[in-house]
Design a protein around this ligand. Structure first.
Ligand SMILES: Nc1ncnc2c1ncn2[C@@H]1O[C@H](COP(=O)(O)OP(=O)(O)O)[C@@H](O)[C@H]1O
Ligand SMILES: [Mg+2]
Length: 235
């Protein structure tokens, strides 16, 4: 079963008296255990699309099904609970809590999920190790570089063991070398945790890293390339 299934999605923003159509007739399946990139120029609708997949925002038209659940039918409470259990987020600006240490930032979603203390400690330790930031566990985000902050954000997104992780232009605020390292880390985590991992980028170079590539332009899907086709193309 697909992790995300979107059927004839439309999203229009109302800005003063003007309608801004951000997404038009989107049909999209996101497959399990795949590293999927949403690629398109600035303003093409990437953030809007990820916000709909992440249940941060609602579509005006069409149907969104995530992990078998028609999310638009859930109440606000049920939706936040669903999001906390199934979906991890990584943002362009890292969005770490500045007063918490690295380990406290990663532990935070586990506190919300009422995971017992010993299990929290075990998971946080393992994740900080996995993303290569264990030596900075007691630092606060202000003492870290951009790349290090994004490693913390990746660990935090993975902490509640979600099946779907979303990253909105996770490398946009990083230099290209650090950005490439972050993409490799996300790929490694995707494989290790058998995640469905969706990230957006306006950089066409990252297409090569992905299993599936969704190209959007002016709010419409221009093209979807699946792993099988990409392999054939490469051989
Ligand atoms: N909150 C908003 N209010 C009005 N228009 C918006 C809002 N957010 C995005 N848009 C518009 O929707 C379109 C898609 O934006 P966005 O999803 O942010 O694209 P991207 O992430 O690819 O840069 C753009 O035309 C943008 O100006
Ligand atoms: Mg964006």
């Amino acid at each position: 079963m697909n992790v995300v299934s979107m059927n004839q999605i439309g999203k229009t923003y109302h800005l003063d008296a003007v309608d801004v159509p951000a997404l038009i007739d989107i049909d999209l399946e996101i497959r399990p255990n795949c590293f999927t990139v949403i690629s398109g120029p600035s303003g093409s609708g990437k953030t809007t699309l990820l916000n709909l997949i992440g249940c941060i925002d609602q579509a005006n038209r069409g149907e969104v099904i995530i992990a078998g659940e028609a999310v638009q039918k859930l109440s606000d409470d049920a939706l936040s609970d669903f999001r906390a259990r199934h979906i991890g987020f990584i943002f362009q600006n890292f969005n770490l809590l500045p007063v918490l240490t690295v380990e406290e930032n990663v532990e935070y979603p586990l506190l919300l999920a009422r995971v017992p203390a010993a299990e929290r400690k075990r998971r946080v330790g393992a994740l900080l190790e996995a993303v290569g930031i264990a030596d900075k566990a007691r630092n606060i985000p202000g003492q870290l570089s951009g790349g290090e902050r994004q490693r913390v954000a990746i660990a935090r997104a993975l902490a509640p063991s979600p099946q779907l992780v979303l990253a909105d232009e996770p490398t946009a605020n990083l230099d290209s070398h650090t950005g490439a390292a972050i993409i490799s880390l996300m790929r490694e985590m995707q494989r290790e945790h058998h995640l469905s991992f969706v990230f957006s980028s306006h950089d066409p170079k990252v297409l090569a890293e992905a299993d599936d590539a969704v190209m959007i332009r002016d709010g419409r899907i221009e093209k979807i390339e699946r792993r099988e086709q990409r392999k054939e193309g490469a051989s």
